[in-house]
Design a protein around this ligand. Sequence first.
Ligand code: E4P
Length: 217
Amino acid sequence: MKFFIDTANLAQIKEANDLGILDGVTTNPSLMAKEGIKGVEAQMQHYKTICDLVDGDISAEVLSTTYDEMVAEGKLLAAIHPNIVVKIPMIKDGIKAIKYFTDNGIKTNCTLIFSAGQAILAAKAGATYISPFIGRIDDSGWDGIQLIQQISNIYTMQGFESQILAASIRSANHIIQCAEAGADVCTCPLEPILGLLKHPLTDIGLAKFLEDAKKNS
Ligand code: E4P
């Protein structure tokens, strides 16, 4: 399973990248706004900076919602760097735009997936990645991990090639459950990734090893 970090914060991207396990980055308009990145020029520059930092797929989301505008905006984003993946919302015009980019060799990430039906449609359009938002599904009283499992079963059975990019991850446990459920990628903030490191027996064990080593030195 690939690991992407879900942030536009350069310090966190660097920290995750320094671990040596990072395969890419996802951003969205809310995450860009959180970092104070405003205006087209600043956004383009920020995406370029991220592409220079991380050698992997970098999702950059379109802000338009009509086919013509999404195609025009996506072309500009894709021109920033070969690793840019154009992130497109799961709407009718979005599906048409994904098909356009598929036919023109540009990678896409279909975002805001909340059902198996949406995942089937995005795969039919040839999306490189599809992003089910498992945390937001859990927040609404449904089961996000079950959706990952369902999509994984359908894609395997039907031979769809889109990669399942589990998004809206809230915890280290979510990451483990996504791996079990068949996600190809999980994208999350730095905290859940660092959470995977933690186990009290590791800390206790290491403290004892170091203490014993001192006795012999
Ligand atoms: C996915 O690409 C989105 O950027 C993200 O995972 C949304 O997560 P949230 O529900 O924590 O906002």
